[in-house]
Design a protein around this ligand. Structure first.
Ligand SMILES: C[S@@+](CC[C@H](N)C(=O)[O-])C[C@H]1O[C@@H](n2cnc3c(N)ncnc32)[C@H](O)[C@@H]1O
Length: 355
């Protein structure tokens, strides 16, 4: 990447051409401590809102997104940036390997903006929204197990756990029962079909602020895309690829995700007491320093303008010069949910096709 052509794109970004409004952009940029020619991984390229602003600061970007549409839509920006932006379709859990393959063994910053983009939600054919009728899909990568596979094939007890844990839905067993009964009559294929079944199972009271299907749709999306595991692995990958003084900046939108980031930073910023009673093997030098221990929130102005930003939390850490620690997934206490790929493989072995 070269430092040419720095200020062409992204000045004063409010929203991308696709209508996706980047959340907490000023806070993201200042947390990254950007400087000309630094190398930043944007692990959630999306509509390129963060990336454009980072490029605008003079830094260079390795953009990653698992959604092929996001990568295709970003090609114009790649051309415009003449070598300062590399775009790769892949999962951010592999961001260190992707960066090394792109020729960067170390980087100055990693930013993650967790969740779905407005383009994904707004396109009915992607199947993320119960407001629009579309195929019950929800796969960001457009491959693998779909939301329809989950509601059609996951045993009812596992479905209850998925909806209860990932959707934080108190009426999970009622929803799972309704789904299990409905699929006996007709398999689920569309978003509205599922929403109608949930609407009947969970009666909406006038005090309810959200639609009865909101939590179940959230649970299915997180499960289908393995979002919690992806996030946890990405934090370890960032620890490995960041150079000393590099920044890891993560924006999340609900408590399940924020808890993962919070636990990671708490663990990695642990300072040994220096006690002479503490055996040498138990000292764990911190790999991140935290300038702020609490999460940053969107400003009142932004919250008023963009409702999506109201639930956003930004946490960031500064990489120390200590070597990366081992991945310890137990740190996060992630739920142990059904292995649907395994279940579907078993069905296929018995000659039952799920397609
Ligand atoms: C909220 S949007 C990012 C928007 C972006 N910051 C912007 O300003 O335009 C999240 C993006 O991350 C992508 N994504 C989600 N999980 C991912 C993963 N595990 N690996 C790579 N990309 C992922 C989604 O496909 C989506 O495009």
């Amino acid at each position: 990447m070269s430092g040419n052509d720095v200020h062409k794109h992204g000045a004063g970004i409010a929203s991308g051409p696709t209508g996706h409004v980047p959340v907490m952009l000023p806070e993201v940029l200042s947390s990254l401590a950007l400087e000309k020619d630094k190398i930043i991984i944007d692990g959630t390229f999306g509509a390129g809102g963060y990336t454009s602003a980072i490029l605008n600061s003079g830094a260079n970007v390795i953009g990653i997104d698992r959604d092929p549409n996001a990568i295709a839509d970003g090609q114009g920006l790649v051309d415009e940036m003449s070598g300062r932006l590399v775009l790769v379709q892949g999962r951010f859990s592999n961001l260190d390997e992707i960066s090394i393959a792109a020729g960067y063994d170390q980087v100055d910053g990693v930013v993650l903006d967790i969740g779905v983009s407005s383009m994904q939600i707004d396109q009915a054919e992607r199947g993320f929204s119960f407001q629009k009728d579309g195929p019950l899909d929800m796969r960001m990568a457009q491959s693998g197990v779909s939301a329809a596979d989950v509601v059609n094939y996951v045993p009812r007890t596992d479905l209850t756990r998925i909806i209860g844990i990932l959707g934080e839905e108190k009426k999970a067993s009622r929803v799972a029962k309704a789904i299990a009964e409905a699929r006996e009559i007709e398999p689920f294929t569309t978003t509205r079909q599922l929403a109608r079944v949930i609407e009947k199972a969970v009666v909406r009271r006038h005090t309810d602020k959200i639609h009865p299907a909101t939590r179940t749709f959230q649970a299915l999306r997180i499960f289908v895309n393995r979002e919690l595991e992806e996030l946890a692995s990405a934090l370890f990958a960032a620890e490995r690829i960041l150079k000393a003084d590099g920044r890891l900046v993560v924006v999340t939108f609900h408590s399940l995700e924020d808890r993962i980031v919070k636990r990671f930073f708490a663990d990695r910023s642990f300072s040994p007491s220096g006690s002479r009673y503490m055996p040498e093997t138990e000292t764990r030098p911190s790999t991140f320093d935290l300038i702020k221990r609490s999460a940053l929130k969107a400003s009142a102005d932004e919250a008023a303008q963009n409702p999506r930003s109201r639930s956003a939390k930004l946490r960031f850490g500064v990489r120390s010069s200590e070597p990366a620690r081992k991945e310890n997934m137990e740190l996060f206490g992630l739920p142990n949910l059904v292995d649907l790929e395994g279940e579907l493989a078993m069905l296929a072995n018995r000659g039952i096709s799920h397609a």
